[in-house]
Design a binder for this molecule. Sequence first.
Ligand code: IMP
Length: 423
Amino acid sequence: MPVQIIVGAQWGDEGKGKVVDMLSERADIVARYQGGANAGHTVCIGDKQYILHLIPSGMFHENITCVIGNGVVIDPVALMSEIAQLRQAGVSVTGRLLVSHNAHLIMPYHKLLDTVREQTSDRIGTTGRGIGPAYIDKAMRSGIRIVDLLDRDELARKLTANINEKNQILTKVYGESKLDIEAIIAEYQDFDKQIDEYITDTSVYLNAALGEGKRIIAEGAQGALLDVDHGTYPFVTSSNPTSGGACTGLGIPPTAINDIVGVVKAYSTRVGNGPFPTELKDATGERLRTIGHEFGATTGRPRRCGWFDAVALKYSAMVNGITRIAVTKLDVLDEFDEIKVCVAYEAPGKRLRSFPTDAKTLESVRPVYETLPGWRSDIAGATSHDDLPPNARAYVEALGRITGTKVWLVSVGPRRDQTITLS
Ligand code: IMP
């Protein structure tokens, strides 16, 4: 089993951290392939809760090496503070965390541009972590990479060129003050010694590991419907959370991949703006948010909540090549009398069974629901399929049937032991 990819199959926050953490027991390496500190992966171990933004959740297994791949955009301040947090929690980091020399850096001007742009143009509802502007510089070929931190002169030269240009944009387009070039150079030159021990050519490392028969988990951040190519553009993030992103974001070949796990919540959530056909802007949506603690792990923003969208999931399964799904947070539905699943969209004059990714069409559709009875009991202690009430089993079975996917795992709570493997 060389490479397993774990993708969020909806709009992010599906509970990938828990699934990766579980699968890590039988893996050697966990490698993150895209996004940045916009993500927030929550891992619960015993009574303790840890939130990771950049470092893969596999870090909590001592035998695992964690990799941050070339496709990730790294804020060195965020990275070093996460490393410090892990060390404080008693997790050994040295020799177990590798960072790609080719990964691009997020600089203060990226965060500033992200924020001012959101205030002055059509709002995407970004996390304000500088993700979009950092990927813009990468595509513009003016970005600064992790390896540049190791050469103080080169870093100063590249920072000067970048900040001179950004200062023009900040002052002339957005009416902001200039950034202090010397202060930023001094701050970031200091990262060389701190970060040196983690930097390597992770593509070479991963391919050598594949050659040795090691098992790799490729961990995506965000979700497929936020993919810059395949999501609900322009209301997306600026990278490729879909499974294809694992190859480009880690430098591993598609032929090494043999399993693609789609993680889905038993209902739907979305943070930020953009179309969301099954959104419930009523008391039911509020109940899902309260029971499911649906507040962003990175920004604390309330998440928009709604019923499960099988049309979106079928699309996601197609673009990702999902081989099996893990259904999380089933217990959140414990108290509902009835539960709905969106099986089609009603568009003006027609019924759609496939997912339109253009935002305008998606904004205009109305969900067509199949209604299933709730189970009205506490399933948090269920440890096997047989422990689940018949209506909960029927709901899980319906998700697999309607979406045409194989349900592999059901999660009924945040802890490791609150997990039921079905096949
Ligand atoms: P950005 O990635 O910060 O540029 O934000 C772009 C969109 O992706 C916004 O709607 C964000 O709310 C959303 N987004 C980014 N990261 C996450 C995440 O980890 N979970 C859910 N939504 C996210």
